[in-house]
Every structure is written in structure tokens, then in C-alpha cells.
Design a protein around this ligand. Sequence first.
Ligand code: AHR
Length: 653
Amino acid sequence: MNFKFCFSALVSFAAATLASAATLTVDVAKPGATINPAMWGIFFEDINFGADGGLYAELVKNRGFEFPEPLMGWAKLVPPKGSGTVTVRDDKPFNAANPHYVRVQSEFDGPIGLSNEGFRGIGLKQGESYNFSARIRNVSGTPKLTIRLYGGDGAVLDSLELKNVTGDWAKYEGALHPNETSAKSWLAVIVEGKGTLDLDFISLFPAQTWKNRAGGLRADMVQALADLHPGFLRFPGGCIVEGKVLATRYQWKNTLGPVEERKVLVNRWNYEFLHRPAPDYYQSFGLGFFEYFQLCEDIGAQPLPILNCGMACQFNSSELCPLDQLDTYIQDAIDLIEFANGAVTTPWGAKRAALGHPEPFNMKLLGVGNEQWGQEYIDRYTKFAEALKARHPEISLISAAGPSPDDTRFKFAWEKLVPLHADIIDEHSYAKPEWFLDSAHRYDAYDRHGPKVFMGEYAAQSVSTVNVKNRNDFECALSEAAFLTGLERNADVVRMASYAPLFAHIDAWQWTPNLIWTDNLRIMRTPNYHVQSLFSRNRGDQVLPVAISGASATESKRTYASVVFDAATNEVILKLVNATAAPVKNTVNLAGVKTLKHGTLTVLQSDDLVAVNTLDNPTHVSPRVSEFAPAAPTFDLTLPANSFTVVRVGVVR
Ligand code: AHR
């Protein structure tokens, strides 16, 4: 389709005969609030196999045999007549932190061994290279050790032999090159000939990771994040910060250093939703805090770590750390700031340097607790704030306001946090599209002198909150676009925003909707992703006042507008949502502008409100860009039915 023709047909200029239903007057001469350059960001949590089985590119599940069922994800390949044994042991391990390993004892010629199913299969691409590694110890004999990749149909895709295994634990490596692409492959480790081998930390990574780092991140997933031009990255969650009980909370210090020393922990989404159980969901912490900071740096996002504040998830145990024992938690926060920003001569700055990053990460934001609520939270936040503000007034603290944007927990939090002069309050909303349309003016009435707002988790729910039938449909995306115009217009109050959750594996999700869906080989950006991207990639520096007049009652209720100025390019950027089922003709008046320059028009539109993108058809709902060159600062613009339009146009004032 000729998009240029298509969209220029929708646009007519002042000279044309289209009648205007409404006039949008933008006062370009009177810029308002300054927009936080880091306003539009990313929320990351290891939910839906977002980290293990997702962003973290390890292809072997339970590589160290440390799940409570040590052979979960593995199958023994033992011949029927019993010519050997495969047993799990923990005596004389190569690593005391993760002590379990497997002993394969082959009594005759074999073969005998074990196979790994990956994370709902192993995704392999023909023509790419995969790095296998394992810790191995020869106990007796000189058995042959073969590593083999099988396709989903059982065909051998490639194999390699590891030789000269010695009697001490050592790392053995080799490269595999599958001769076919397969999303559901599996890995086999096969011993042949009389003898015994111990095996641990069996790992397979694509050679082509993000920036080709060994043991790194899945490149296509990071690229999707980088393409958002995110202002910040919030990590590691989400409820995962809290743990079902405090013992299973996220502890950042346990996520540093050699990956084989990072102690495996249950993922709280393993058992959270009984209707979507994931008994094989554990945290390897291969994606740990150093890697999160590095990722932020890679994609130009400010790091926003969230730490446990001495409260386990209030939807689960609600376990509390007593107030007089909070010191460890507060010290974790102080140490984290030193780890991120401290000189290399400080203890934690030195640890950062030892990991290969002597330069500071320039962290400016820190979340105290995730989605907590009640007096218990206020008590703990107060202690954190006192300690952190005394030592690090340069760090802005994010405080919680519970899981809902308007219930008693939310109101209580605001009542208590205002007198405490909280910096930024984290609001959450998972609601129907109507809530997002109706809430586009929510922040117009907020106190301009109170705490700032971080709209830290939100997503329109097509059916109801946490309903498994929720879909990332176009109606949800459009309602989010309408809501975001309200956030941007109120950029003096709302300083940051992020959609949640971020990633979901199509075969392993617990929660829907999500911004980006993947399988073992592919990735799909939802319509909601495109909304995020259009806001983030069209951020400006200052809000421009916009007034709508002359619209019909329905149109004025369902037309949403936000306009900003981009000083670097001298452009006015209009973001306009028409959430009615008919096109709306507008006259746009850029008051205070002498002449216009060349621009672009980007439209995200669908006549089908339930339209979705899929892994097979990932671009079904996508933005379409055309050139835009109105002749004068007053021009006509027709917003298609159910559409989100972004206009960028250079101006001479
Ligand atoms: O985004 C999914 C979950 O929703 C987050 O973990 C939690 O903070 C919220 O309840």
C-alpha cells in the first residue's frame, strides 16, 4: 500500500473545502512545564519468563541442578537394561553455593546420559553458533562424552565431542552449529564406554547475544527495548522484589559475581496463579544487578532499582521485618548507591570496578518497596527516607501507593506521604480501557506543589484485571494513548511512566496483557508497544498549552490532545487521539508561529478495536509514517476513526 498517498488523503489544508468540527489552538509562544527527559521508561520484572527463559539468553533450564527437584527440566537417558546410573549428588561439588551435580556412571558401551528440555524447548537458528559449556570431572575410566542438539522432530542438528576430561572439576567448552532452525529443540549429554563422569552447570548460549557478550542477553529482546529510547529502566520488578515471604525476597547482593555462585531462588510467579502454574520457574540471577545497570547504560536509560523495604508481598504472607531490625535492609540501599555511584576506592565501588565498570552508573533514582500499602509501609518508608536523605540527598526516592489508583490504600498513602515530603509516588493501574479514557484528565487537578508522580505500572485490561483472556488489543492501546496525553500535559506533576508487565513468553506466561511477546525464536511488539514508542520517541522539552473548541459533545469527550515543543529540532509535536468510531475534522492553529517547515505524520489506527498483533503477523497493527508539509500555521487535519496521530512539524516563531 502507498502509505504516503493513503495518509495525505486524510490530511487537507486550510485551503481545502473540508468543514472543521473542532479547532485545536496551540499557544506555541507560551511554553509551560518542562518535561523530564527520562519521562517515558520501562518496567522490567522476571514474570512470564521475562528473564530466565527470556531476556537472559541461557538456553538450558536448571543448568546447575539446584531446583528443589534437582532433575526438573532434565530427563535421564538410561537404556532399558540398566547399563549404568544417573544420580544427583552434592559431595565435593565444584561450587559450594550451588552444590548439586549429576554423576553419570556407564557400565558397558552405553550410551547413557541426560537431556534438557530448555525453557519450553530450545530455540536454535540454522547458521548461528551456540556455545556449550559444562563443569566436568572424570571419576573413573575413559568414557566418551558427546553433546548433541536434537530438533523438535528428533533429527540430530549437530554434535560435538569433549575430550581429555581430568579428575578435577574443570570447565569444558565447544561450539555447535545446528543445520536447521527449530523452536523446540533439546540438548543431550551422552556418555559412552565404561566409566563415570560428574557434570554440573551445563550451559548453552547463542554466540550472538546483545553486543555479543558471552553469557549475555537475547539480542532481539534488548533491541526492542533500545528501540523504545527509554528514559529509565525500573528493575527487578514488581512483586518479585517482595517475595512471598521475606526469605524469598530479591536481594541484589546475591546477584553479583560469577554466575555459578549466584544462588538459585524460587520465582514468586512459580506458584502465584494456580490457574497458570509454572512449577519450573526459578531465578538463576544470570541477569543480576550488574547486568541490569549495564543494560541501562547500553540503552541510554536511567537505572531505577526497586528494593525490598522489609515487607513481603501483601497479597501473600504480608510478613514484616520489625522496625528495629530494618538496618540490614537500609544498609542494602546505602550499599547499592555506593555500588552504582561510589568511587572505586569505596568497598562497593571497588566491587563494581572489579566487575569491569570503574566508571559510576550515575544512579539518581531508588524505589523503596514495590507496591506496598498501609501504616506498615509508611513506618518503613520513613526510616528509609531518614537514613537515605541524610547520606544521599542527591537520590530521589520513589515511594509506593499500593496496587490501585483510587482505593482507600491509595488515599491513605497520599495523605501520609504528602506531609513526609515524599519525592515521587508510584501509582499503579490495571483497569478497563474506559478507566484510561476517563482518567486522561486525572492529573489536571493534582497539587502542583506536592510530591511528583511516577505512573509506574499500568496497562488497560480488555476483560478484567489479571483475567487470562485479556488481550493486547487495539482498543487497550488506544485508551492508553489517550491516558498518556494527560500524563504529558501534566508533565510538571507526572515525571515518569512505564507500562507493565514488559515481556511474556507465549508458552510460559502467568499474566496478560504484556508489552512484548516472544517465543523461543521470535518477538512481537504489541499495539501498546507502538503507543509507548510513539510517546517516547516523540518526547519534547516543554508542554505547550492546547485548547479544543467547537467540537461536538462526543468528539470533545473523546478527542485527546497533548502538544510539546522539541527545542533541539525546533519542532512542535502534536499527539492526538480520536477515540470515536468516525473521522473527526480539525483545524489546528499553531498560534505564535510565523512559518512551518517540513514534518511527518504518524498514525496508529485500526477499524477493528479487537485487532491484535501475533507472532505470525507481528505488524498487523503498526504505525504508518508519511510526510507532512502544511502550507501555513493554521491547517486542517482529519483524525481517522479510532486513531492515534503524531504530527511533528518544524516551526519558525
Ligand atoms: O506487573 C505485574 C505485577 O503487578 C507486579 O509485579 C506488581 O507490582 C503488580 O501487582
